[in-house]
Write a protein of this length. Sequence first.
Length: 514
Amino acid sequence: MKMKRILSLCAICMAVATVSAQDADVRKLIELGRTDNQVMHHLDILTNRFGGRPIGSDAYDNAVDWVAASFKKWGLEVELNEAGSLPVGFNRGPWFGRLLGGDQAMPLHFVTPSYSSGTQGLQRGHVLLEPKTKEEFDHMKGALKGAWVLVTGKSVGWAIQHSAQADSSRTRTIAQNMEIGKRNQELAENNRLKNKKDTLIPLLDEPALFYKEMREAGILGIIQSAPVPLVALYDRSVVKDSTMTFERLPVIPDIKLDEHQYEIIKQMVLERRVFELEFDIRNHFKMGPVKYYSVAGKIRGTDYPDEYVILSGHLDSHDAATGGVDCGSGVTSVIEAARLVAKSGAAPKRSMLFIAFAGEEYGLLGAQAWAASHPEQSDKISNVFNRDGGPLPPISISVSKAMYPDFVRICAPLSSIHPDIPFEVKQVGPRAKPVRLGGTDASVFAIKGIPAISLDEDDVKGYNFNYREIWHTERDLYTKSIPEYQQHAATVMAIIGLGVANLDHLLSRDGLYE
């Protein structure tokens, strides 16, 4: 009996010592988060030294090398996970445009999608509205040489498709319009002869309907109206076509112009005024195939090294701006959380993985590749904390009944980090298990039944942040991230990630999904 009492006392002492050590780790993380938070330094490097980071670019490759080197410097084990390859690479240089003539010269506000063509140096030309029928094309085909052509539609950031399949689709539309034209002639004649007022059939419209014919006629490029702030995505004809070759790349610029300037220029064309547009767009390609990688840093667990808690964000971004918010704000919080845990000296019980995923903007490519290459880990992942919603601070987490006690204990210190940013743990019922990929890397894990519970965020101090204003636009810059929010987020992620890693069990999946 005496021996049992001694063993019980030893177990209690060990448990108390473990709790005390964990409390000390949390206090250290909070102190480091307040006095030595480097999250904005990381963001400065990603956005202002490397810039926008589409996969296949030198900027993305530089970012991969830097993240891997940083993880190694902080003592993490590093894995580069090949996520795929592109048929060609792309690097964006400067761009410039202006209107010459008319009432006065005007600098032009525009973007081009990545993986689309630049100009052949500085190019200047007159402006025409695109033809919509074969008759219109024949009437103006001689004037198309050396022209910038205004095309219809409102841009949402994608390049106009220039593949053989797209040309075939446009050819069918042109043929349909010819039939509609014949029918309208019959209707018009019938209206005239019988004094009727039958409505003519509208022609089918498609931006750059005579794309192939205009290109062969020698146009300089196409210009499409775009809402402000301007969105620039990528040319799917290049990125998604595994058979794309360097010789088949687009050869004319695809310009997305400020809608206000577009209307001014369109009216000047309708008035047949004499003016020109001048562009210098330095979009550069490189020979492929070009591989791209996700970067994972591991702090190996002491007790359960083959079990994991994952903290993630995506390293790639679009490049009309520099990816300061999407997802610079997410991935740098993860990077800094890794540094904070490493510097604190904490020794988590289960392994912590800090992952900068590749190719999220191109279809969650990095997360899918990582999950496919680590199938044995699916049942051993406690949770995936993915940050991809902008530079706002975490203010709550909504968890199942089975997880609730664990998170109440783990999150207890969070409200003490910043008095103006309290944190709440909410209990919710089972959620619908996703059946298809969603808008973030977390969905790759959720559809496999892996917990991917994210932190709820809010602009608690009222900085008038608007994610939709920035998302995929020219305004996605370093200056749009909010330093105190970013610092808070990195600290919270470090503490929650460490807390889940230090549980003596994996988070329960009971009641997580319906």
